[in-house]
Design a protein around this ligand. Sequence first.
Ligand code: PLP
Length: 386
Amino acid sequence: MANFDKIIDRKKTHALKLERYKKYENAVNMWVADMDFKSPKCITKALKKRINHEVFGYTVIDEDTKQTIKTFLKKRHNYKIENSHIAFASGVVASMNIVCNMFGKKDSVVIVKPIYPYFFTTPKHFGQKVVSVNMKNINNRWMFDFDELESKIDKTCRLLFICNPHNPGGTVFTKEELLKIGEIAIKHNLIICSDEIHSDLVLDKDVKHIPIASLSDKIAQRTITLMAPSKTFNIAGLQSSFAIIENKELMDKFVNSMGHINGGVNLLGIEATRAAYKYGEKWLEELLEYLRENLKVVENFISKNPKLKLLKCEATYLAWIDCSELKTDAYKLFLDNGVVLNEGKSFGDGGENFVRLNFGTSRKTLLKALNRMQIALRSCDKAFQK
Ligand SMILES: Cc1ncc(COP(=O)(O)O)c(C=O)c1O
């Protein structure tokens, strides 16, 4: 049984989560999307075994690893693929760059905002225009309006980037929503690039993750799905991810676009990936239960603070909190009180009055952060009354 309650000191491990805010000594770091938990033992065991060999040469990806991914996807998401549909890359962001590089400067990329920042920064590196629609509160979920989306698509649009489950906001798109997205993509001849890195982290038991490419062959033929074990098993530092592309022509373009820019594979990343998907499911179930309880703690905190709002967080360990009623810079307010969150505006238009809180940590650390946030809110109320 994994012990997610255990507080693990991440100091002196070069953890980005701690290093970036080093000058805020003793701050509680609740920002970047990695968790404070140890990865499952099956991963450590596989890594140790490989490290003990002590020869770390160039590595290729074996069929067993691909087969393991294939089996995992079929079992967890009823997503049926072949080994030949899998292309490895060092990360999902790297793959997003590879995908944009498949298109020209005159091609535009359609996205919804707020969203994980690389969705709108990456196309710009390739000189591509970003066409975006804003997410809003629709039936207590972060969603976007399909009519609005369609009205913005023009003839230059070639690529539709989606993030499912969505970061930030935690929306898991329904079958109907995904079919609608597929329909729009087909109508406007768009290639879909679906970032499904958070797909294994569905917290709402009434909801299921559906890979968009699993819905029909027509959709699959125009889709590049990006997945990774990094969020699920907390191994982001091992730089291992993969794209799933069923259309051979699209796969060739992806591989061509990657060229040698992405280098070879990280042998430790592959060892961890294989072990995670082969033996990590029990740990994953325990993790999901722990995260569900943490989400309840966050929801309880929000319910006691009417100036904060949290819509349905169906997936991810990232709470997207609307602070607009505070009428102050919430990110700064909480930072000044010793809690580092992600600043909403870094996720693009519509994110300005939000903060994102990573609750993938021990209950004690979460409560410590929420207590500090409560003190911050009280001080804010007092200042308002003066
Ligand atoms: C939606 C989304 N895509 C991609 C990434 C980063 O993936 P990688 O580390 O594999 O580049 C993140 C990390 O937070 C994310 O939330």
